[in-house]
Design a protein around this ligand. Structure first.
Ligand SMILES: Cc1ncc(COP(=O)(O)O)c(C=O)c1O
Length: 392
C-alpha cells in the first residue's frame, strides 16, 4: 500500500502549496507546451510558490523602479557565504567570478575560452540534452563518455576518452554535470579528484555545470569541483535558478579556479550585458535569505522520491527506479515494459502524462524517461496512475 509521507515540521512544504487549478494558470513552458488534459511532469520547473525573501526583494526593486543594469558583486558574495555554510567551502573568491546571463550561456562562453571551433567536448551520457545542442551550435564536437556502473562516472573509460581526444595535440574540454542530470548522481570527492588528475594529465580543461548543487539531500556531501585538489585550472557555473525555481529571472555565476583566472578575465565584457538585474537581485536574495525555504523543499523532494519508489513498485513494477540523492529528476528505466525506445511517447499518447523522452539524453537514454517530481504528492500520485493506465 502506498502512503503519502509527511515532512518534518519547520517551514511549510512549498511543494504542497499549489493545487492543479492554480498551476494551470501559469504560462511557462511546463504548463503551456501540452494541451490541458495532459499532466506535465517534464521540464525542470518546480510547482512551488517562490520563497518569501525572493518575492520581497523583487517586488521592492519593482516598487523602486530599480530595473536597470546589474552592478556589483552581491550575487558572488551571497554564493560565497552559502558555499561556506552548506559545503564547508571557504574559497569562493569574488575576484574570480563573473555574472553571466544563465548557466547554458555561461557554459558556452567558458568553452569558448578554452577550446576552438571543431574541438572536442566530452560529456557523460545520458546527460541534459541542451549540452548536445549548445555545444554543436557553437561549432564544437560532442564526444560521449557514457556513465558506467551505478550510473557513475567510469574513470577508466574517461581516461581512454581523454587520451583519444588529445592524441593529436589539440585542445579539448570536459563538460561535467555535477550533480548529474538526469540521474541525480552526486559525485564524490574521490571521483572529482580523480577527474581533476586525469584532466591535468591529459591537458583537458574542465567546465563544471553545478546548477543542481543546492538540491542535494541533507546529510549528503556536495563537493564543488573547484574545491578538489588538482582542480586549480577548472571553471564552474553556479546558479540559484534550479534550487529556487528562478529560471525566468535570468542570471548565473561563472567561477574560475586560481589557475583559470586569466581565462575568465578574457571573457568579453559584452557577456555581462546579458544577465537581468532583477535576476541578480532574486538569485542573491535566494542564496542569502531563503535557505529555510530550500530546506523545506529538500525535505519534500526526499519524501516525493520515496513516494515515487512506492508508487512504481505498486503500479508499475516493471519500471526500475533508484531514488537519487539530488535534483528533483527521476530517471526511469522502462526497458522491461516493452514500449520500445521512447516510453514517454506511450505515457503521453495513452496516459496523458508528459515525461521527458530519454532519447535526447544521448547514449544510454533509449528505453528511459525522466520524470520531474518537484510537485505535490497528489499530482505525483496522479502522474503514476496515468502512466499505469497507459499500459492497460
Ligand atoms: C544541468 C543543467 N544545466 C543548465 C540548465 C539550464 O540552466 P539555465 O536556465 O541557467 O541556462 C539546466 C536546467 O534544467 C540543467 O539541468
Amino acid at each position: 500500500m502506498t502512503s503519502i509521507p509527511h515532512v518534518t515540521p519547520g517551514e511549510p512544504d512549498p511543494l504542497r502549496a499549489l493545487d492543479l487549478e492554480r498551476l494551470r494558470r501559469r504560462t511557462s513552458m511546463k504548463w503551456r507546451t501540452y494541451p490541458e488534459d495532459v499532466l506535465p511532469l517534464w521540464v525542470a520547473e518546480m510547482d512551488v510558490p517562490l520563497a518569501g525573501p525572493v518575492v520581497r526583494a523583487v517586488t521592492d526593486a519593482l516598487a523602486l523602479g530599480d530595473t536597470g543594469y546589474p552592478a556589483g558583486t552581491a550575487y558572488a558574495e551571497a554564493l560565497a557565504a552559502f558555499a561556506a555554510d552548506r559545503w564547508n567551502w571557504y574559497d569562493v573568491c569574488v575576484e574570480r567570478t563573473s555574472i553571466v546571463p544563465d548557466v547554458m550561456l555561461g557554459v558556452v562562453e567558458m568553452l569558448r575560452l578554452v577550446t576552438g571551433p571543431g574541438d572536442p567536448v566530452v560529456v557523460n551520457s545520458p546527460v541534459y540534452p541542451p549540452f548536445y545542442q549548445f555545444i554543436t551550435h557553437m561549432d564544437r564536437r560532442v564526444v560521449e563518455d557514457p556513465l558506467g556502473a551505478g550510473l557513475r562516472i567510469d574513470l577508466a573509460s574517461l581516461e581512454e576518452t581523454f587520451k583519444e581526444v588529445t592524441a593529436g595535440g589539440g585542445r579539448a574540454a570536459y563538460l561535467l554535470c555535477s550533480p548529474h542530470n538526469p540521474t541525480g548522481t552526486v559525485h564524490t570527492a574521490g571521483e572529482l579528484a580523480a577527474v581533476a588528475g586525469l584532466a591535468e594529465r591529459y591537458g583537458v580543461r574542465v567546465v563544471a555545470d553545478e546548477i543542481h548543487a543546492p538540491l542535494v539531500d541533507p546529510g549528503v556531501a556536495f563537493v564543488p569541483y573547484l574545491s578538489v585538489p588538482g582542480a586549480e585550472r577548472g571553471l564552474s557555473l553556479m546558479s540559484a535558478s534550479k534550487g529556487w525555481n528562478l529560471a525566468g529571472l535570468k542570471a548565473a555565476l561563472a567561477l574560475a579556479g586560481p589557475g583559470a583566472a586569466d581565462d575568465l578575465h578574457r571573457m568579453p565584457e559584452e557577456v555581462g550585458h546579458g544577465p537581468s538585474h532583477l535576476g541578480v537581485i532574486a538569485h542573491t536574495a535566494a542564496l542569502r535569505d531563503a535557505t529555510g525555504w530550500l530546506d523545506a523543499v529538500l525535505a519534500g523532494l526526499r519524501a516525493n522520491r520515496l513516494l515515487l519508489r512506492d508508487l512504481l513498485a505498486d503500479h508499475l513494477p516493471g519500471v526500475r527506479y533508484d531514488p537519487a540523492e539530488a535534483t528533483y529528476l527521476a530517471w526511469l528505466d522502462c526497458r522491461a515494459l516493452g514500449l520500445g525506445d521512447d516510453p514517454a511517447r506511450t505515457f503521453l499518447d495513452r496516459g496523458r502524462v508528459a515525461l521527458s523522452s530519454g532519447i535526447p539524453f544521448g547514449t544510454g537514454g533509449a528505453g528511459h524517461a525522466r520524470l520531474n517530481l518537484a510537485t505535490s504528492p497528489e499530482i505525483l500520485t496522479e502522474g503514476v496512475r496515468r502512466m499505469a493506465a497507459a499500459l492497460r
